[in-house]
Design a protein around this ligand. Sequence first.
Ligand code: SAM
Ligand code: SF4
Length: 462
Amino acid sequence: MVNILAERLLKAKPFDKNLYRKGGSKLYIETHGCQMNVADSEVVISILNKAGFGVIEDYKSADLILINTCSIRDNAEQRIFNRLNEFKHLKKRNKFLLIGIIGCMAERLKSKLVEREKLVDLVIGPDAYRSLPKLVQQAESGQKAINVLLSREETYAEISPVRINKNGVSAFVSIMRGCDNMCSYCVVPFTRGRERSRDPQTILREVQELIDAGYKEVTLLGQNVDKYNWQNGMVSFANLLEMTAKLDPNLRVRFSTSYPQDMTDEVLHVIAKYENICKYIHLPVQSGSSAVLKRMKRGYTREWYMNRIRAIRTIVPDCAISSDFIAGFCAETEAEHKETLSIMDWVGFDYSYMFKYSERPDTYAAKRMPDDVPEEIKSRRLKEIIDLQNTLSLRSNQKDVGKIFKVLVEGKSKKSEDRLFGRNSQNKVIVFDKKDSKIGDYIMVKVNECSSATLLGEIVEI
Ligand code: SAM
Ligand code: SF4
């Protein structure tokens, strides 16, 4: 699940020539997968900076290559194996080069990774990053270095991440780790361990540091942010959101991911109360069929989900809503698939991330339910979901034509030097002629045209 912002962050790689370790240790880090991985890579860079590593953009001159990996679907893992193949020739050229696999694939495959891929020197799971400097030393001495211990406490709470995104405008802030939901198809509880919340003081301190450094937007991250819970209910997600919003009215606050079973009206009232909490909720439904949701062990029904949407529409009327969908889950019938299409139409999602079901080893579904929807049917159903989402996104964007939005300027348009892009509170990307505006400004933009993916507008004075 990589959204537009994360895609941009993944492409940006930092370079700081002042941070090389004596002897010239250069780190190249590549991040695959979700926003959580981007946030983790920033923690890893911080830990390795302290051990004297500087980050470089060009992997060809690196001393240490780390690939922060994703296991969510089989194709994500295949991409990493292909990437490793591309690094093979470097190892032949430089026998001191170290290659490490970190993150979810490291956790899932453990020592099998070094057995399968001889060029891998380090395998480090998401809760073991503090041991990186020691493990790098071990690998430098010629031994394979592996640490995939999961923890019930680790949140890297006091580590100040070194930001990958150098635009200095938006940053991810991890508020919790792991997941206890155990959806039947999902590998995350196995690769990221038990759910735990980070000390709110350290979260607020990190956000304040970002504000002081000129950042204008933070995204609070967790697999299920609604389960954020510090010391038996002393601080809930609603409390944390409110405290973050109050730090600075000029700071935009986003969050991801919300969970239909756990999202409370209290959270919605906090979103409605603060102008700087963005009016956008990513609330993955996965399927519109209660029977499929039961097989997925999602813990809610179609009706429950629809009621949560009604609550959003009532309490935060101008809120955009996006979702995730899995096409062709075990035993999904044509009628069940049609229920997914009908809930999409009923909600009118502004945006969605859509996937074919991919069986993941060791999950409940892999052990108990055959992956029995034929590939061509999965593909056709996914295409129907994507086609419908494109129609819904276009319809949603067309409603914005003629409206004026407050936009945070985030970067240059890819297509034209004279244009910039930013997002409105609803997370929609708007491209406009730059005039006197610059990255980091808040400006008012009137939307003149749209496609299903983007709004085009002009800066207006208010
Ligand atoms: N925690 C979030 C939630 O529950 O909505 C999302 C976490 S997951 C990293 C992102 C998305 O990947 C999920 O919402 C789901 O749609 C998709 N996903 C997870 N496991 C999958 C699988 N085995 N096959 C296909 N898609 C999968
Ligand atoms: Fe996976 Fe479900 Fe947890 Fe999301 S909530 S990470 S889909 S187990």
